[in-house]
Design a binder for this molecule. Structure first.
Ligand code: PAF
Length: 282
């Protein structure tokens, strides 16, 4: 695996590869890698692409700066994991390589409803920061395909929209399944911060999502939503949202609908740890 810290160096390397007709598969990350990230690298390799991963803890997407400070950093073990997955290229840039002259030099894109609902409502400015950094990274890496985890469902839709906004519609966005622990907990870098007792109940979120999926067609969503909120509360969570939405637009739905593709999404806090997850309904 070749590791680059400077943008000019990775750009020169990837230009040569492109000239040799090598297709590039890209996995953007903020580090603290887990099997979910690694499955994206493996998917890009299985698709026969040159696999490029980046680790960059992007300050502009943290609406809560204390969350940035607490974000787990494990670069050495991340590199080991990427090596064992057979990743070809790692971009590990310092902040001034990503934002030379300061972040204000880089545009923040608007996503309308998509950036204001659900995660956007809970974390104002978050998707502005995600769009800003991903636009910059896509311009550096210029991949053929970007691999994203479905766990961050809203982020996937934001990045799908972003590629149009930045004039790179040709990039193929591949959304890969969420990897889960045995009890259903979606793999996430934040899971490392769960205490033993928080971890022991963390699978409840997925159990609630499965029940929302199972009760589609038999029970009204408002009843199922209330059941989920009660279960989450009884396990020590503070639910932020238990929502049903159009899976394409993220327009919120009051009830199950046979007419639109649906996704159910949950965000819940346990102590200071905020967990999110989702499930597709059709
Ligand atoms: O999902 C993440 O890790 C980040 O939001 C991303 C896409 C790497 C942008 O910083």
């Amino acid at each position: 695996m070749v590791i680059f810290k400077k943008v000019v160096d990775i750009q020169a390397f990837l230009s040569k590869k492109r000239a040799e007709n090598v297709a590039i598969g890209y996995v953007p990350t903020m580090g603290a890698l887990h099997d979910g990230h690694i499955s994206l690298v493996q998917k890009s390799k299985a698709d026969g692409l040159l696999s490029v991963c980046s680790i960059f803890l992007n300050p502009t997407q943290f609406d809560d700066k204390s969350d940035l400070v607490k974000y787990p950093v494990s670069t050495e073990s991340d590199i080991e994991l990427l090596l064992s997955a057979g990743c070809d290229v790692l971009l590990l840039p310092p902040v001034d390589e990503v934002y030379p002259g300061g972040e204000a030099n880089f545009p923040v894109y608007q996503f309308g409803h998509l950036e204001n609902v659900l995660e956007g409502a809970s974390r104002p400015g978050h998707f502005g920061g995600v769009g800003q950094v991903v636009a910059r990274l896509l311009n550096i890496v210029r991949p053929d395909t970007i691999y994203l985890g479905r766990k961050d469902y809203q982020q996937c839709l934001i990045i799908r929209r972003l590629k149009e906004l930045i004039g790179m519609p040709e990039i193929d966005v591949v959304i890969c399944p969420t990897l889960r622990e045995e009890d259903g907990l979606a793999m996430s870098s934040r899971n490392r911060r769960l205490s033993e007792s928080q971890r022991s109940v963390a699978g409840t979120i997925y159990q609630c999502l499965v029940s929302i999926q199972a009760k589609c067609g038999t029970t009204g969503f408002s009843i199922v939503k209330k059941e989920c909120e009660d279960i989450l509360n009884s396990k020590g969570f503070t639910p932020e949202y238990v929502a049903l939405a159009n899976a394409d637009s993220l327009e919120l739905l009051d009830d199950y609908s046979a007419d639109v593709p649906m996704v159910a999404l949950i965000a819940a806090n346990n102590g200071k740890i905020r967990l999110i997850d989702n499930i597709m309904l059709q």
